[in-house]
Design a protein around this ligand. Structure first.
Ligand code: ADP
Ligand code: MG
Length: 326
């Protein structure tokens, strides 16, 4: 089992590969990371040279021809936006920019209600025009912007896994922060066990990702976790976090603090985790079950809501968390 971590897409990425040959494993790991790097370059909202920035700059002016990768992720984003009634909406970007969710809380700010209202008017995924035949994308109005931060990591995990699989590697796990996809069987002949991070650990720690509340066996599928604890700041006793409700332009004030979604593809789990966080426990579970995919939803009382398929599959490993029947 060979494992390597690198910083890409502004986070820690780890690729684990099972192989009988060190050289083949290293080559596969390099190819996996190359795939993630390629997507980072195409999709980075903050880079002046990315294709996404080119699309954003041309908003309301002209269509921009993009790579097949950018076209594909935009099409998949639209599907999820539609399926979630807009709870997932990548055109929220101008509103997200108003909130300076930063690791340094002193740099963060609550924007004025007028500013939120004005920029929220620009957000609507239905105003993204995609022409698959020419591979062109156009946003409907100047000032509109897309940010694929809620879907790109899952998509990249898919592409890295595909690249590794194409090299004949029988088992691998790709983790881009909380977006993880695995396939095949590891050395003990099993799939991959993954932990879900504890959204409210008892004590402060500098390795919060090592604090987990549940474990799940991953077969040939992906899992993504979104929560209000990843990027946030406190102001006047209120937690402001980085998942926005497209209805209000404010951090989603649902009953949830963490959402994990399990499905065959990372592009779906990443975006759906964000969307279900916005929708809340009841609507979230109903939507996941209607789509035939699975979820682990933690509410404010640390009650854990599961889709039907997951019953018996999830192991709680931390006191205070309880699976609810409701
Ligand atoms: P992370 O990127 O921390 O893993 P998510 O996958 O939940 O977490 O994505 C959150 C990011 O997605 C935010 O930082 C923001 O860029 C963007 N975002 C926030 N709210 C939404 C939303 N309702 N729909 C689509 N994207 C969103
Ligand atoms: Mg997400």
């Amino acid at each position: 089992m060979y494992k390597e971590s690198r910083v890409l897409m502004d986070t820690y990425c780890t690729i684990t590969v099972v192989s009988t040959s060190r050289d083949r494993a290293q080559h596969a790991i390099d190819e996996g990371f190359a795939e993630i790097k390629k997507l980072e370059v195409l999709l980075n909202y903050f880079s002046p040279d990315s294709e996404i920035t080119a699309v954003n700059k041309a908003a309301g002016i002209k269509a921009v021809r993009v790579s097949k990768e950018t076209l594909e992720i935009m099409e998949r984003s639209m599907e999820i936006s539609q399926a979630t009634g807009g709870a997932f909406d990548p055109t929220l970007a101008p509103v997200i920019s108003l909130w300076k969710f930063s690791r340094d809380p002193s740099a963060s700010a609550v924007p004025s209600p007028e500013a939120v209202r004005k920029t929220l008017r620009l957000a609507d995924f239905r105003r993204i025009a995609i022409d698959g035949s020419t591979s062109e994308i156009m946003l409907g109005e100047q000032g509109m912007e897309v940010d694929l931060g809620g879907i790109a990591k899952g998509f990249a995990a898919d592409k890295a896994v595909e690249a590794i699989q194409a090299l004949g590697i029988k088992a691998a796990l790709v983790a881009i922060a909380g977006d993880i996809r695995g396939y095949g069987r590891n050395l003990s002949g099993e799939g991959w066990n993954v932990g879900i991070q504890d959204p409210r650990p008892e004590a402060e720690t500098d390795k919060p990702w090592e604090e987990i509340f549940a474990v799940l066996h991953l077969n040939d599928e992906a899992i993504s976790t979104s929560g209000d604890y990843q990027r946030f700041f406190f102001k006047d006793g209120r937690r402001y976090h980085h998942i926005l409700d497209p209805e209000s332009g404010y951090p989603a004030d649902s009953d949830l603090i963490s959402v994990s979604v399990i499905a065959p593809e990372g592009v779906v789990t990443d975006s759906m985790a964000t969307a279900v966080f916005v929708l809340g426990a009841d609507r979230g579970i109903r939507l996941l079950e209607a789509m035939g995919i699975d979820g682990v939803l933690v509410d404010r009382d640390r009650k854990v809501h599961l889709t039907g398929n997951l019953r018996g599959r999830l192991t709680i490993v931390r006191e205070g968390y309880k699976i609810t029947d409701k």
